[in-house]
Design a protein around this ligand. Sequence first.
Ligand SMILES: Cc1ncc(COP(=O)(O)O)c(C=O)c1O
Length: 427
Amino acid sequence: MDHFSSNLLAEIRDKFAFVEDCPFVGKRIFFENAGGALTLKSVVETSSKFAAIPDNQGRANTASKALMEIIQEAKKDAAKLFGATTGQFFVGESGTELLFRLVRNAATSAKVGGNIVGSSFEHPATRSAAKYWAAQTGRQYINVQHENNNGNVTAQLYSEIVNRDTRLVTILHASPVTGISVDLEAISKAVNSIAPEALIIVDGVQYAAHGGIKIDHYKIDGYAISPYKMYSRHGYGFAWVSDRLTQMSHEQLLDGPIESWELGTRDTGSYATISDVVKYLEWLGGKIENSESRSVKLSNAAKAIAAQEIALTELMIHGEDNIKGLKDLKGIEIIGGQKNPDRKGLVSFRINGTSSHLLVDFLNEKGIRTHVRKADHYSGNILDPLGWEDCVRVSVCHYNSSEEIKSFLLALNEFQVDASIGQVNSN
Ligand SMILES: Cc1ncc(COP(=O)(O)O)c(C=O)c1O
């Protein structure tokens, strides 16, 4: 059953583009949200509006001033969204580019020597950046091995590796392969208690659409998201950086304002779409409880999103009435286990003895879009230790419905029946 009433879910779905139809193939159910969430219709409108405006920022004319005010407003909106009362926000090319930039600047401005710590749990964005800049700055890179059983990494595991010489630590807030999140507050506090000078850079790309980010609760120096995974669009990344890292030397234009992290002309439209995301979440929070407080509305939206996603993933795993859940399918194995309180809207699994490619193709033909994760440079860090070649990733968002999950389960049942009588082929 959905957490949202059917009326509210219909209102939510109406806020997004291409909910039930793909412009290329027609009707489909979208369970590829970890690859890119649906886009708000307001974001589409805003993007086209700003794409048509020729004016640049920093000019003495009304249009230019208006653009700069929109950017300032978006930064204030982002501060509410991220729960940040310090630091600042800036845009970049992508989540990966921003994480590289944050890691690069942290590694080159930290005190020389020491080591850099990251975890096998991470996406290659932070892992590649941290390993590359460890080598470039002559530091040892030390790995915190994640837990296969739970599909994540803990504060305790970081504490066993971080030492007083640690200069930089990278953390992934939630994995796009396992779907499991970490206790960022606990990990950052643990790191800080051992190595107070260590700079901490966090990849929030997968977490952002599902959680409720609380920067003030973490002791970190950088947090990056990819707006296309948080109801906005492709074409830019969005990051928060701490005052501590800003005050250290970082890349910027010669003689420019010392606090600036922006490099070059900004796309006002990208900032304005962040405001659209915040407006949407406040609207959703306002549907849950009447409140004048923006923070209360955003917090209520985050709780409601989590509740709907838990309802969907529980239904996916356990089934309902005579519809079998994943756990009832022969040969099923779920990364992170059936019961995992840290799961964030994503279930990755395999049916032992069956190709995940075949299954994803079958679902595609049924109009259900999921994704295969292979043991390649993106997912090998998670799949190799499990001894898996691939898995099927089903990633949901709060706008998905229990009806869609049931269609997926019915299709899976059909797949198993077909497979058991040898009728499935790869066509
Ligand atoms: C956790 C995580 N980090 C980083 C990235 C890279 O983000 P971008 O595509 O914006 O570079 C992804 C994309 O899948 C991701 O899931």
